[in-house]
Design a protein around this ligand. Sequence first.
Ligand code: PHE
Length: 505
Amino acid sequence: MAERQQWGSRIGFLLAAIGSAVGLGNIWRFSYMAYENGGGAFLIPYIIAFVLAGVPLMILEYALGHREKASPPLAFARIKPLWESLGWWMPVVTFFGINLFYTVIVGWCMNYFVFSFDLSWGNQTEQFFQDEFLQISKGPFDIGNIVLPILAGTAFTWLLCWIICFRKISSGIEKASMIFMPILFLLTLVLVAWSVQLEGAWEAIKKHYLSFDFSKIDVGTASGRKVWVDAFGQIFFSLGLGFGVIATYSSYLPRKTNIISGALTICSVNCLYSFIAGFAVFGTIGYMSSVNGIPFEEAIKGGTGLAFVVYPEAINQLPAFNKLFGAVFFLILIVAGLSSAISLTETLTCSISDKFKVNRGRITTLFCVVGFLGSLIFTTQGGIMILDIVDHFIGNYALIIGGIAECLLVGWFLTSIKMRRHIDEVGTQKLLPIWDIAIRYITPSILFIILGVGLFNEIKAPYEGYEMKALIIIGVGALLLTYTLAFILSRFSWKNYSRSVNDQQ
Ligand code: PHE
């Protein structure tokens, strides 16, 4: 069997892994979640989720890919052959359930980057976004036509993804990350410094971001419980856990490597990035609310509205260099999004080439074309609604199930003792004994609770007021479809099966 590719350097791997984790979600999703869930008080469940689920699972996923030198399907097939389909579900969900729409959002950002040069969104930014840019149709089943500028942005995103992934690990993904990440960090610092000194920015940051409203995180109330579910969901999505991405990336590491410090670095840089980016978001919105004399609560919007409606409006009103500010903001989103989209693509192509012994270049080309064609549905006039539903179901359920599967696989079937032995053996750091307890008992139990509470809320009130029919057909449909595909892939026989070196010893 051909030698597995390797990262050229540890820093290259770390930057690629951080590039995967830091994405669109760190910028708009985190800030909005923090605002909606009690400002600074949100940081408490967030940090607890970080410690109880984020770090143990990051170590686990990282170690799994490294020990097996394999993508998730191969790792699952070795440890528990019957669960191979679950191992496939991760890359399939990652690619078909997330990447197809993620690349479309990066495509939107590309359009908005161009728009910022002449502020073409005008004064009615909401109307511009919904009616002129997305040309939203009446409902998710009324898909209408493909919107050409979105199609162009999406095609360009896939093209970049293809160019980078085609060049493989060390000269493709690693090189791109070595360029992207410093640019991303630098631009973000510029944006933060710029935003916090705007009029009214600090007051808003202090009042809405760094203040604590503890009543909002009280688990005795239904809304308090939702905050906890949101915090765990955010940690999962943001660190990219349960997607199999980090396992794929760590499978390209050399044998000697410090898994613990690597995992801690990725987790901390990612969450710190969110926290710092929050200053830019709160500062800019604070400025806008202060110059317009409208309450902050009315100025802020969640999800896509934050980046594509509120930000353009704030950019219009800046005292100077508005266009440059806009270009910097959307460039940050493009770079952050693209480096995540690359990892979402690589996870599937790596899994396929692990199993089918096919030429990697051809597989990359094939899947970038298939991915682009699949993205077309999200470039239509109904696209944003389909995107919203798919994102909700995949983000809240598939990932958590993936996380639970990994905990059970490693904690109970492989056994956490074997994994700990591996981690201790290949690195110079020793894992705390609490990790075994965490991944065998604590993390999976919490994930089960989160899953249960989420499902309960789902039945109680349909998500975002969509029709139940749409939620079931699109949301549950996406879950079933991705699992069916994963199951089919798991039924083919292995062309490239090899036992783990660790088990041969
Ligand atoms: N973490 C990314 C974000 O916050 C999304 C992502 C998930 C990327 C999983 C890669 C893997 O936007």
